[in-house]
Design a protein around this ligand. Structure first.
Ligand SMILES: Cc1cc2nc3c(=O)[nH]c(=O)nc-3n(C[C@H](O)[C@H](O)[C@H](O)COP(=O)(O)OP(=O)(O)OC[C@H]3O[C@@H](n4cnc5c(N)ncnc54)[C@H](O)[C@@H]3O)c2cc1C
Length: 477
């Protein structure tokens, strides 16, 4: 628990920050700070002593040292696209928001080592583009890529659409540069794929959501650009059939299978209702759909042929009812649009109760078969928006109100709905946060489901690195 500084101390602290960063980068007026204080979904607005905008890693270190000296809590902020209230301050007004947005340099690309070294404030899309300009691929891809930053991606260990083939952010990072809560600058920007020299500090900071230090730079892995990515949309009778299709596709395509996304009939119904201009590949409705993506290092023709063979085998074995295989990259992108428009269609339909969960892939059908009827019994008529990165065991398992029930009224059931879903996740040995993190939103849920020993070890790490609890207090723990 931090207490507010006296106004004299606050003025001295802010004066010191102005000396370090220059007046334009120390924001204290309500109107200037407002864009930094409200979360992406507009659910919460906090307040802050100031918004600080350092321009270099050294300035971040100097600023954090000042915060440590005056005991000012720090909320690191990248693109503010996080979905668990991690990058906005609480309502006390005692913390500063430390924006990394000005640290946006691509520092170095080594096409032979297949690495790119970047500032933490670089927008993800800019990093993808810089890699592409050198004929390489930086594979992290998610719908917020035009706004989110590499620092935020690392701090939340972001996943996205290509985890099946390339892994999440943890697997895409080789080295880090971090400012400690005491304001020291640790240069761990090693571009090594093998480095067994003791505790892996890099892994500690990835996924820590800014509670252990501030990431200022990173060395990321690059891959060869595939020659083609081709997509198919399959219609299936059930999640069990989707599981069989996943196994078949992995057996036949190996690492070429780069995406496997499950979507229920209700998801595509929402997309059809709110975006009627998008293609409707099937005339009849089916209970489930799977979007498969295949990447080929050979050619578009090779990718199309492999995908057609896989779909042919699935039809022969009656795993799927029907399928559309894109015959070009343009058609593939049109099919992806159906998947990408599900969150947008949900937003147009109104608020719902969201869950970002992960499960062992093999239990996904049992989880859905057990949990969907439980929800119906507890909240008759509720509508399940179930979709996600099935290949990674990650479902977005969102619960929308029954027809005719107001969204705000239904949200009053949030705690009960969360309990039912998260208890089921726990029963199937899953995780209550697959890729969005814990932030402030799921902190109490974490305390409920993590083993006491695991929580105690996490607290011991936090206490050792940040004894005054100045780094993003109230988040995760
Ligand atoms: C439309 C949309 C789609 C999304 N899709 C996906 C998806 O498919 N997969 C997925 O994994 N996530 C997804 N997300 C959420 C995802 O976590 C964020 O988009 C992204 O990774 C966060 O980056 P950011 O720069 O916006 O971080 P912010 O929101 O600014 O911060 C997120 C957390 O990281 C901390 N932080 C930020 N920068 C630093 C830093 N430099 N050092 C230390 N801590 C820092 C913050 O304090 C906060 O706790 C989506 C979000 C949106 C809005």
């Amino acid at each position: 628990m931090t207490t507010a500084m006296s106004s004299a101390a606050a003025n001295t602290f802010l004066g010191h920050c102005r000396t370090l960063l220059g007046d334009p980068h120390v924001l204290t007026l309500a109107g200037e700070m407002e864009p930094y204080l409200t979360d992406w979904r507009g659910r919460f607005t906090g307040s802050a002593l100031a918004v600080l905008r350092p321009g270099t890693a050294q300035e971040v270190a100097d600023t954090v040292r000042a915060c440590a000296q005056w005991r000012v809590p720090i909320v690191p902020q990248g693109g503010k696209t996080g979905l668990v209230l991690g990058s906005v301050p609480d309502g006390s007004g005692t913390a500063v928001v430390l924006s990394l947005a000005r640290l946006d340099r691509i520092r170095h690309i080594d096409a032979f080592n297949r690495t790119i070294t970047v500032d933490a404030g670089c927008i993800l899309q800019a990093v993808q583009q810089a890699a592409q300009d050198q004929g390489c691929l930086f594979p992290l891809s998610l719908a917020a890529e035009g706004s989110c930053t590499i620092g935020g991606n690392l701090a939340t260990n972001a996943g996205g659409t290509a985890v099946l083939r390339y892994g999440n952010m943890r697997e895409l990072c080789l080295g880090l540069e971090v400012v400690t809560p005491q304001g020291e600058l640790w240069d761990g920007l090693r571009a090594l794929r093998k480095d067994n020299t003791g505790y892996d500090l890099r892994d500690l900071y990835i996924g820590a959501e800014g509670t252990l230090g501030i990431i200022t730079g990173a060395v990321l892995k690059l891959y060869p650009q595939p020659k083609a990515c081709i997509t198919a949309l399959a219609a299936l009778p059930s999640p069990d059939a989707a599981l069989e299709l996943l196994k078949l596709a992995q057996d036949r395509c190996g690492a070429s299978l780069t995406g496997f996304e499950l979507m229920s009939a209700f998801c595509l119904h929402l997309v059809r209702t709110h975006f009627p201009q998008l293609p409707q590949p099937f005339t009849a409705a089916h209970p489930q759909y799977v979007l498969l993506e295949l990447s080929s290092s050979e050619s578009e023709a090779h990718a199309v042929a492999l995908l057609e063979q896989t779909i042919g085998a699935a039809l022969e074995r009656h795993i799927i009812h029907d399928a559309v295989v894109a015959s070009s990259i343009a058609q593939s992108q049109a099919l992806w649009q159906l998947r990408e428009h599900i969150p947008l269609a949900q937003a147009k339909a109104g608020k719902n109760i969201k869950h970002d969960i992960s499960l062992p892939v093999s239990v996904i059908p049992s989880f859905i078969a057990q949990t969907a009827p439980q929800l119906q019994r507890a909240f008759p008529g509720c509508q399940l928006v179930c979709f996600g990165h099935m290949g990674d065991g990650n479902l977005h398992f969102n619960v929308a109100p029954p027809e005719g029930i107001g969204h705000e009224a239904f949200l009053a059931n949030q705690a009960e709905v969360n309990r039912l879903v998260h208890d089921a996740v726990n029963h199937f040995d899953g995780s209550i946060s697959a890729e969005h993190g814990i932030g402030a939103l799921k902190r109490d849920e974490l305390a409920r489901y993590k083993a006491p020993l695991e929580l105690a070890l996490m607290r011991a790490i936090k206490q050792a690195l940040d004894p005054h609890n100045l780094m993003n207090p109230g988040k995760i723990l």
